[in-house]
Design a protein around this ligand. Structure first.
Ligand SMILES: *Cc1c(COP(=O)(O)O)cnc(C)c1O
Length: 406
């Protein structure tokens, strides 16, 4: 694309704009494209055989019993909450450092949302803060129905501790693992649901693997899998055992509750199945690039992220590589961010604390409620990280960062 002839034609004073480097981007192979084309030529564009095959592939990969494929992680979080009994008069707690969807799912169910501050070392929900809040809530008779733990940047939360706490206080536990397919915790894949009721993945294109839009809820509990399967498709059953009376005939189905159309298409499932075979390759590449950032940025005035080991025991999926600047009031964080964007580096910020969004402020949340999350927000910058990032492009990110931090 950038031929020598073109670069010679440009005067040195006006060099060609360097390629913009996004913070994340999907990796689509010829096999992925062929898989989608094959579905388009098949009898079923949706509700064919591929949805179930994709569910089995992801559940199998994670070592979970059941997978329920849906059209987004947002939908998966919604039906996960409903299946666990979240409703009006209930509360759900999550971390403020997450995408808004982790909180909105509670509101869809008519429940109230509250937050527990992060551990500044990892950016994940702080188990000690959770413990203190659970004790307080118990004494006031206001325990939440569910806690949603988010594996920020692909690094698993301390699930053993969270699981013990939630079990002891009788609270359900959902893992929002939108960033974390391919990660490992305590010797098992994230998604095994060994320490939770339900794990949710996102297959949005910036995440680890993609179906365009899409998500999945995994669980080991047959009653939760069944409930989520009903909720995904209008709460309609064709199983005579679940009907109020004998079927009227072979055409018969019953709607036995209120559900949604949250189905994943076979077009999406085909892409997901094809992408699923590359989860390990993607996560390995992300780990290599993250370790390269670690080496090359070590001398800069930055706090580098906690990226765990890279072993069967413990591994981050490295969805994001978030560096943190020194916290000050000088506006430097914003200037560094803007200077990187001006150099064609597509840095981003994950996340604006959810409780500071105007919609949540209307519910009574205010600055100062979750100081660690707010401090994180004043410091964090996500650097580009995706499987197709070449060392050459990464070197541009590193050089730009060194330049703007001087
Ligand atoms: C992306 C994301 C979601 C929402 O995923 P969709 O598939 O886009 O609905 C939810 N939670 C977290 C933490 C995310 O990063």
């Amino acid at each position: 694309m950038r031929s020598t002839a073109v670069s010679h034609a440009v005067t040195p004073a006006n060099p060609p704009a360097a390629e913009f480097i996004p913070y994340g981007r999907q990796s689509i192979s010829d096999a992925d494209i062929q898989a989608v084309v094959d579905v388009l030529r098949s009898p079923f564009l949706t509700q064919g055989p591929l949805g179930e095959r994709f569910e089995e592939a992801i559940a199998g990969y994670c070592g979970a019993q059941y997978g329920v494929a849906v059209n987004s992680a947002t939908s998966a979080l919604h039906i996960a909450c409903l299946a666990l009994g979240v409703g009006p008069g209930e509360q759900v707690w999550t971390t403020p450092v997450t995408f808004v969807a982790s909180a909105n799912c509670a509101l869809y169910c008519g429940a109230a949302i509250d937050f527990v501050d992060i551990d500044p070392a990892t950016g994940n929900i702080d188990p000690q803060a959770l413990h203190a809040r659970l004790r307080q809530a118990q004494s006031q008779g206001s325990l939440p129905r569910a806690v949603i733990a988010v594996h920020l940047a692909g690094l698993s939360c301390e699930m053993k501790t969270l699981h013990r706490l939630c079990r002891d206080f009788g609270v359900a536990l959902i893992e929002d693992a939108s960033h974390a397919i391919g990660a490992r915790y305590d010797g098992a894949p994230v998604g095994s649901c060994r320490y939770s009721d339900i794990t949710v993945f996102s297959f949005h294109p910036v995440k680890i693997i993609t179906t365009g839009e899409g998500g999945m809820a995994l669980t080991n509990k047959p009653e939760l899998a069944k409930k989520m399967t009903l909720l995904r498709s209008h709460h309609i059953t064709r199983d005579a055992a679940d009907m109020t009376h004998e079927p009227d005939g072979p055409w018969y189905y019953q709607q036995t509750g209120l559900g949604f159309n949250y189905r994943m298409t076979d077009i999406q499932a085909a892409l997901g199945l094809s992408q699923h075979s590359r989860i390990d390759e993607f996560v390995a590449r992300r780990n290599v690039l993250a370790r390269r950032y670690h080496r090359e940025l070590a001398a800069l005035p930055l706090t580098l992220p906690c990226i765990a080991g890279d072993s069967e025991q413990s591994r981050s999926a490295l969805h994001l590589y978030v560096v943190r600047l020194q916290d000050d009031d000088s506006g430097r964080h914003r200037r560094v961010f803007e200077a990187l964007r001006a150099r064609g580096i597509g840095v981003n910020l994950h996340y604006i604390p959810v409780h500071l969004q105007p919609y949540f402020r209307q519910m009574g949340f205010a600055p100062g409620d979750f100081p660690h999350a707010e401090r994180y927000y004043r410091q964090a910058i996500s650097l580009p990280l995706y499987p197709g990032l070449t060392e050459e492009l990464q070197d541009r990110v590193i050089a730009a960062l060194a330049e703007v931090l001087i």
